[in-house]
Design a protein around this ligand. Sequence first.
Ligand code: S3P
Length: 158
Amino acid sequence: MAKILLGFMGAGKSTIARLLAPDFVDMDQLLEQKLGMPIKDFFEQEGETAFRQAEQELLGQLIRTDQVISTGGGIVISPANRQLLADNPDNIYLKADFETLYHRIAEDRHHQRPLFLQHSKDQLRAIFDQRQPWYEEAATQVVDVAGKSPEEIIEEIL
Ligand code: S3P
């Protein structure tokens, strides 16, 4: 049974996954390997739809494993992915308010998110508002992460 970490960009999914299991699977990283380029470049060259297709195929493979999986924030957009998640008994939603997440995304110079680069703050807030109920629906555990250290979050999860 896979342990799946869900949440918007900047929620700390990879950081928490690494602490839960050093051999966790980072979907974004694996996709970059498979696609042969950074996600930002793939969005520019092939478009978001092609990225979502690759993301959906990968989730379909990984969800059958028993690994800890850090997803990309857009994993819940696809109805097929939401169905896969509904059938998985261990989905942890790392939840935070939009302002906290926006600040983290904007500060993250190492991880340039195409959605951040392509959208205004208000547009990104609309994306957040749309996804929020999908994360909630898919979650079997919701952890409020705003203002907490990774260690505190891990303690809550365990
Ligand atoms: C995306 C989030 C990113 C990455 C891609 C699209 C999204 O992952 O998958 O840039 O749609 O929210 P992180 O949530 O790890 O930043």
